[in-house]
Structures are given as C-alpha cells and as structure tokens.
Design a protein. Structure first.
Length: 330
C-alpha cells in the first residue's frame, strides 16, 4: 500500500558486519575527468595543470585486471547500479529483487605490494530489504568507516517513504515521509544529500521536496519546478551539487535546470539530450557540469561560464532506459 513504512530491522545476517575495513589513508580511484582540446598520444593521456597539481599518466593500452567479483547472490536478479561509499572502502548495489547490498573492498587492495592477479569472490556483508521497487539510493556525503555514526545511506522505493539505513548494522535509523497537496503519501523518484549532508533533496513530478536530515518525519520544504507551464517540467530524476551554493536537477523531459540552494529559485535551464536525463556530475572546480540520459549515446559537458552551447560531448553505449552512472576524477 502506498506510503507503508518499512520500520522492521534488517535480517540478523547483517549484525556485526561493518561497511569496509577501517583503513587509514585510503585513496579513492575513480574515472578520469575528460579534458576538451587536449593533445594526447595514441597510447596514453597525461593530466595536470599549471597550478602545480601532480600529473597523472594513464596508459590505455594496458587492459584492466579484474580483482574481485560477486555472482552467487545475484544469479537470479538483475543489478541496477552500484555506488562507491564516500571513503572508497565499500560499494552499495541495488537489484530488481528489492535488496540493497553492501560489499567491502578486498583487504589485499589496501596492502603493498598488491597482488592483483589473485581473483577474489566477494559476498555482501550487509543486506537491506525494501518492500517495493527501489528507485534511487544515496550515501551520506560525510561517511567514513572510522566513525560509525556517519555510516548510513538513504533509499527510496515504490509505496514507501524515504528510509535512512545504518551501514554497520542494517537497521532502519529513521524515515522521511513526503506528502502531496492532497495529503497523500508519495514516493520520491530520486534522492540526494547536499554537499554538507544537512539536507536531503527528493525529486517528484514537477516538484522538489527538501528534508532536514536531523528532523525525520513529514516536515519538509516544497519547491515547485513548474508552475502554470513555466519552469522545468517532468519528473525530477537526479541531482548534483556545486560549490557555489547552486544545484542541478535533471528531468525525464530531457532538461537540466540550475537552482539556488538557499531558496530554490530557478537560475537557468539547459536542453540538448535525446532522452530523459538520468545522471549529473559537477567538475571538481564547479565550472563544468556533465549530464547523461537514458537511451542517449552522449555525455554532455556544459561550461557554466558560457551557456550558449554544449562545450563538448563524449560517446558511450546506452541502448536501454536503465540509469547508467559515470564519475569524475578529482
């Protein structure tokens, strides 16, 4: 039934497990931030800047080596996505069996020298069950395995409020309950914490609702995105937060809109995707925004200092409506 709360704790198999080993000086490794107009050799790409940042050399002739994998738990279900924890120690996945599973990074990757040719089969250390189809999930941005209080993630699913889960125990910490103008409970289609972790942004049809993370329940701020056919139409499908007090919201109506964090006022809108926008990322300096859509073969890069046209695009293969993620290096 719509609005039914999942207040039951997760299965006992979760007790005692931790979201990643507590490791000092863990360095994250993510995909590269593509740079337009850079002259590169055939085999490698060197990245750096004039500010004295260390130059990284990437050799694309060397094939990546798979060091771990998980199949046994997912043999009868379809994995819908995965997200690294903020500290890079574990991965959270969702699947069509309505489970969120947490996998630790193998211990061998934290040891030097690394033996990368010893394949490791992984099993989840934690499982959280939702009663409906999982729409979206998000890690708390301040998460670190050394502090259990910060180890949590939020999820939204069909017919349920937004749940905040403990990543150590799998217990449900609290729920955030969105209601529509008819006082009916509604499920969020997308969720994201802001950069500070103090607010939880939730996407709905022509509406963004903002919860205070410290105040669970049904208290929230409503920010309509389309009023009298003016503004951003459609279901708000994804968020990204920039360093200048603004955030971007993608819509299944193929648009990206920029809003002010303080009052939610629309700043400008961008269009150019062939499908509904499903993922957004700001560059580390906040001057560029990357966007990707469903059944859209291009990741578009927008220069926020010059909004006249797309800065450049990167090709990829996306043949279905599945949400396809991407990430950027620091």
């Amino acid at each position: 039934m719509e609005g039914q709360d999942m207040d039951q704790p997760a299965e006992d198999v979760n007790s005692g497990d931790t979201p990643g080993d507590i490791v000092e000086d863990v360095q994250e490794s993510v995909a590269n931030d593509a740079v337009a107009g850079t002259n590169v050799s055939q085999n490698d790409i060197s990245m750096g800047d004039a500010a004295g940042c260390p130059t990284e050399l990437y050799n694309y002739c060397v094939k990546p080596v798979q060091v771990c994998g998980a199949w046994s738990e997912l043999s009868k279900s379809i994995t819908k996505g995965c997200k690294w924890s903020t500290d890079g120690s574990c991965i959270l996945t969702s699947s069509d069996d309505n489970f969120l599973r947490l996998f630790n990074l193998p211990n061998c990757l934290f040891q030097l020298p690394q033996t990368l040719y010893d394949f490791t089969f992984q099993s989840s250390v934690l499982q959280c069950k939702e009663s409906g189809l999982i729409y979206d999930y998000a890690w708390y941005p301040g998460m670190t395995s050394a502090d259990p209080a910060t180890c949590c993630f939020a999820s939204t699913s069909a017919g349920n409020p937004i749940h905040l889960w403990d990543a150590y125990t799998g217990q449900l910490r609290c729920s955030y309950r969105p209601y529509n103008h008819l006082d009916e409970p509604v499920a969020a289609h997308s969720i994201s914490f802001d950069a500070s972790g103090e607010k939880l942004y939730c996407g709905f049809n022509k509406m963004i609702r903002v919860f205070d993370v410290a105040s669970p329940g049904r208290s929230f701020d409503e920010r309509p995105t389309n009023v009298k056919k003016m503004g951003q139409p459609g279901i708000i499908s994804c968020f990204a937060f920039g360093p200048q007090g603004i955030y971007a919201a993608g819509s299944y109506c193929k648009t990206v809109a920029m809003y002010s964090e303080s009052d939610g006022q629309l700043q400008f809108m961008l269009s150019g995707h062939q499908g509904g926008v499903t993922h957004l990322r700001f560059s580390p300096d906040g001057t560029r925004l990357y966007s990707g859509g469903r059944k859209d073969f291009e990741i578009l890069c927008w220069d926020l200092r010059n909004l006249g046209k797309v800065l450049f695009c990167m090709k990829r293969t996306v043949t279905t409506h599945q949400r396809m993620y991407f990430d950027l290096s620091r």
